[in-house]
Design a protein. Structure first.
Ligand SMILES: [Zn+2]
Length: 240
């Protein structure tokens, strides 16, 4: 599954979510199509609270594309009393007045499956189960989507174990194991981040060429979800 990144700029430092036990599903509540940048700008201009930018971690469009909002590890601003423990996913549309098309539905299932692979013990909620709101609308295919997300997660093939893999073969979404205690670079490019042997992460991003942001002089590498550590040349990672 591809997660598109619009490189949104937030107006302050995002904080790491202390725990992740819930996935909360939302809709935009308008029928007009909106890019992730439009949603982000809406949040930047909101005056009812000090939003740093888009409140959701992911945004699923009607065309089936999935966009990164806040990074998956970051605390969101989408559900009162639950932001510190939930991943927020927003679906483009007003599902009180529309029904969801197949492309968007399938993208939602794949995305939830992916989030469950990162945080397997999550309970999935409609926003309205947790706050006083109609979100994500009476036509939102909640039960069907949750069921499909779990079915697919359970039947995912598990045979590719511990097969050594070069950086060229790693793809976004791949599950990887750290093969040695390895000093990766931290996200802020300051302190070295010590990745302990045996820990499991997921590839969030692959850098090739001069845009690898973590260590001067290194031209390629991968970014993983756990503490957003960067691995120069994908060294010390094995696909599992
Ligand atoms: Zn909502």
């Amino acid at each position: 599954m591809e997660i598109k990144n619009a490189n949104l700029k937030f107006k302050g430092a995002l904080t790491k979510r202390p725990s992740t036990t819930e996935i909360v599903l939302h809709h935009t509540a308008v029928t007009v199509k909106q890019s992730v940048e439009i949603i982000h700008n809406y949040y930047l201009n909101r005056t009812d609270d000090n939003f740093l930018g888009i409140g959701y971690n992911f945004y699923v469009r009607k065309d089936g594309t999935v966009w990164q909002g806040r990074p998956v590890w970051a605390q969101g601003g989408h559900c009162f009393y639950h932001n510190h423990k939930s991943v927020g996913i927003c679906f483009e549309g007003d599902f009180d007045r529309e029904t969801m098309n197949d492309k968007q539905y399938k993208a939602g299932v794949e995305l939830i499956k992916y989030v469950l692979s990162l945080y397997p013990n999550c309970t999935i909620y409609k926003h309205k189960q947790l706050n006083n709101t109609a979100c994500p609308g009476k036509n939102f295919p909640f039960d069907k989507m949750v069921k499909a997300s779990k079915e697919k997660a359970q039947s995912a093939p598990k045979k590719e174990t511990a097969q050594a893999s070069s950086s060229a073969e790693l793809k976004v979404g791949d599950k990887v194991k750290v093969t040695a205690n390895y000093a990766a670079s931290a996200y802020d490019n300051k302190a070295p981040y010590s990745a302990s042997k045996g820990s499991v992460r997921y590839i969030l991003k692959i850098y090739k060429g001069a845009n690898y942001p973590y260590r001067i002089g290194v031209k390629k590498g991968v970014l993983t979800n756990d503490n957003t550590s960067g691995f120069a040349n994908a060294k010390g990672l094995k696909k599992v």
